[in-house]
Design a protein around this ligand. Structure first.
Ligand code: NAP
Length: 317
């Protein structure tokens, strides 16, 4: 890559938002360069069956969907750098983007770095992720139809997850570390009105228990949780089929601090659909969206951002 070259458009992130932006920008002759990050493909590569992305009547595996999107972007000439962005300087024109091994210059930028679910950071949680441990009820809830699950957390996300799962699962138990929910009243009410939802207060998950696979055709699976009461210290065990961690998401914006307007949680503040506080810097997907967080909404946002970049560069001429 020629360092002195000024790119028309650099897209940071390669989840549905970044790749859809790339497809539209490439077809619009913007010759986009995607910095895909070390976790290329975003959160979808961490999930298995995706049954709610339109166009795949039998569902599709998350990694396969992202692979298809990437190939589609490549088909129209999108170039990729498989590195993380270390820092950006949005105070200069063209913008400066520093990756692990190079410095790039670009006339426009789309931020599509997404958000990452926060985890409890238990070794057993890591081992059983995708095998009964999930951070997305909409993605994985269906696999727990008529089963017993717990949701960990007491905020809006936890209530949304519990409400969604209550429609599918036999029982949903919300395990919260305090005796009061943080979630908005309406969501609390919604969840508390469900017959099959229970609450366990002042309790944290100490360990997720799993059964090792018995044969090659099986995989490891969650069988229960070890719980600790934060008041009494008492340890108990509970049989369960699935564990949904809903303790918040963290937008991947550390590298943007001081460069672009972020809200108190670190999400990029968006004006007029796709625009950040810096002219020429556009935004798409979960990096600015704490509410919908779906692959299809991120893809739609990526499309909008690319179309707005096209208009922006046209006016820049
Ligand atoms: P949040 O409001 O920060 O809540 C996180 C919850 O997880 C809290 O109840 C917290 O407990 C608990 N928690 C955090 N770390 C934990 C740990 N290590 N172990 C156990 N529990 C832990 O996060 P969120 O619910 O994802 O919401 C984030 C933002 O998105 C909020 O502004 C929210 O309003 C918004 N949101 C809105 C909607 C909507 O439908 N409008 C839906 C989802 C999210 P404590 O209460 O003790 O701190």
């Amino acid at each position: 890559m020629d360092k002195s070259q000024v790119e028309k458009l650099v897209i940071i992130g390669s989840g549905p938002a970044g790749l859809t932006a790339a497809i539209y920008a490439a077809r619009g002759s913007l010759n986009p360069l995607v910095i895909s990050g070390r976790e290329a493909g975003g959160q979808l590569v961490l999930t298995t069956d995706v049954d709610d992305y339109p166009g795949f009547e039998d569902g599709i595996q998350g990694p396969e969907l992202m692979d298809k999107m990437r190939k589609q972007a490549e088909r129209f000439g999108t170039r990729f750098i498989n590195e993380d962005v270390v820092s950006v300087n949005l105070k200069v024109r063209p913008f400066e983007i520093k990756t692990e091994s190079m410095i790039l210059n670009s006339n426009s930028l789309i931020l599509a770095t997404g958000a990452s679910a926060m985890w409890l950071n238990l070794a057993s949680e890591q081992r059983l992720r995708g095998k009964g441990v999930s951070a997305c009820a909409v993605c994985d809830g269906f696999f727990f139809k008529d089963k017993n699950v717990i949701v960990v957390g007491g905020g809006d996300t936890a209530m949304r997850e519990a409400a969604y799962l209550a429609k599918l699962c036999k029982t949903v138990t919300v395990v919260h570390r305090r005796d009061q929910l943080r979630a908005q009243a309406a969501l609390q009410q919604l969840v508390k009105s469900k017959q099959n939802v229970n609450f366990i207060w002042n309790t944290i998950v100490e360990e997720i228990l799993g059964q090792d696979k018995q044969s090659l055709s099986q995989s490891d699976k969650v069988t229960g949780v070890k719980l600790k009461n934060t008041q009494s210290g008492e340890i108990s065990q509970m049989d369960i089929d699935g564990v949904f961690i809903a303790i918040g998401h963290k937008p991947n914006t550390d590298f943007l601090t001081g460069q672009v307007e972020l809200d108190e949680k670190g999400y990029v503040v968006v004006h007029d659909e796709t625009r950040s506080s810096i002219e020429g810097v556009f935004v798409a997907g979960d990096v600015s969206d704490y509410k919908y967080r779906q692959a299809v909404t991120a893809a739609g946002a990526g499309c909008k951002a690319a179309l707005d970049v096209e208009e922006y560069l046209e006016n820049l001429k």
